[in-house]
Design a protein around this ligand. Structure first.
Ligand SMILES: [Zn+2]
Length: 177
């Protein structure tokens, strides 16, 4: 599988304890762990799903857009179309392997960490970083409409680089309207 030779510039976090897989020893053989992960949610481990599953799940928790994953597949010489990447991401999400994070407009990231947590979104470089679920307390939630219940609350904290003037104002303790 050509994808095994993939190297990219991302910081790689491959310690087994950071990969919340159901298997006991995922680090021993990531390929079979990807296969088991697909099978555990009833998805047949086709070549395309295996290739994308490997890119998604073998590096610890990640947030990727369809376009990013498509680029990675190209670099790994996996002949996949962008439509296939979209379809596979949708299937993985529906199966509960991924969580969708919508940050702005049509931009959607797919999160391999499906546990409850929140996100920083850096508007300058369009990156998403986890905020642990325990670090944000949401109070004053409205009562759900009749017959409904709150299923989840996701907070996205948007970031942008403060310019020199704003930084100076902040340091001086001043507040601008
Ligand atoms: Zn996340």
């Amino acid at each position: 599988m050509s994808i095994l030779s993939l190297k990219d510039g991302n910081p790689v976090r491959t310690q087994a304890e950071q990969i919340p897989w159901p298997q006991k020893a995922p680090a021993a053989c990531p390929i079979s762990a990807v296969k088991a992960r697909l099978r555990s949610v009833g998805l047949r481990p086709t070549r395309q799903r295996m290739a994308l599953g490997w890119l998604l799940f073998a590096k610890g928790d990640r947030h990727v857009s369809a376009e990013m994953l498509y680029e990675e597949a190209l670099r790994a010489r996996e002949p996949l179309s962008l439509a296939t990447v979209y379809n596979t991401l949708r299937q993985f999400s529906e199966a509960g392997l991924l969580r969708q994070v919508s940050v702005s407009g049509p931009k959607t990231f797919f999160d391999t960490n499906v546990s409850e947590h929140h996100h920083f979104y850096n508007e300058d470089d369009e990156t998403v970083v986890d905020i642990p679920g325990s670090e944000i307390q949401v109070s004053g939630l409205p009562v759900a409409p009749e017959g409904m219940m709150v299923s989840s609350v996701e907070v996205i904290v948007r970031l942008r680089r403060a310019d020199a003037e704003e930084t100076a104002t902040k340091l001086a303790g001043g507040q601008r309207a």
